[in-house]
Design a protein around this ligand. Structure first.
Ligand SMILES: [Fe+2]
Ligand SMILES: [Fe+2]
Length: 211
């Protein structure tokens, strides 16, 4: 990413230097003329934005990565999601903006979490001959997405909003309990220390992509 940005910046300064050679060069893709400085500034701005976003991701992922092994990282994310549900459940129908923001936050948290499980933990489960649990849990993630779709689409002052949140929370809590109490401990027992570390590293890597 940084290399590409550097190359683009150097193209821009080269282009400006060649500007006086001929009229055909004036139309060169490398000759940005007076707008070159502006474009250069825009590219630099984009690079700063990318760097800031990577920093933000590192902080976000660092917060969950600090929790320890993959199963502890995922359990902490379950707690985080359940806490967002609890904040939603104490809103009233007049707090539509707050509900919109919390639903966005919940969507991001659950998307990131599902991405980590679906790209690392469930494949590891299938490789450890536990395809049945992996398939059951992954199918439930489909219903998580359906609840998120419904909540995002629903009018936030609807009388149906809180019952839907309540039903969704129960489903997520049962799903998380099955993972934390049965599936994750069983998988962890079958992993060597090296495999366990590898899964922790992969979960953090996938989480970073989605942070
Ligand atoms: Fe899950
Ligand atoms: Fe989970």
């Amino acid at each position: 990413m940084a290399t590409r940005t550097t190359n683009r910046s150097s193209s821009s300064s080269r282009g400006r230097g060649n500007g006086s050679r001929s009229s055909s060069n004036d139309r060169s893709a490398f000759n940005w003329g007076e707008s070159g400085a502006l474009i250069g500034a825009a590219v630099a701005g984009a690079a700063i934005a990318v760097a800031a976003n990577l920093g933000r991701k590192a902080v976000m992922q660092g917060m969950s990565a600090a929790a320890g092994d993959w199963d502890e990282v995922l359990a902490a994310e379950h707690d985080l999601a359940l806490a967002i549900f609890d904040k939603l459940l104490v809103t009233d129908d007049s707090q539509t903006f707050k509900r919109t923001m919390l639903v966005k936050k919940l969507t991001h948290a659950l998307d990131k979490h599902a991405h980590e499980e679906e790209h690392v933990v469930y494949p590891a489960l299938r490789d450890a001959n536990d395809a049945h649990d992996a398939d059951t849990l992954e199918a439930e993630h489909g219903y998580v997405k359906t609840f998120l779709y419904d909540l995002n689409e629903m009018e936030k002052d609807s009388a149906e909003f809180l019952p839907k949140v309540r039903e969704f929370r129960q489903m997520v809590e049962a799903h998380a309990r099955m993972e934390e109490e049965q599936v994750f401990p069983r998988l962890k027992r079958e992993l060597s220390a090296e495999q366990n570390d590898r899964i922790t590293s992969l979960v953090n890597k996938e989480g970073f992509k989605m942070a």
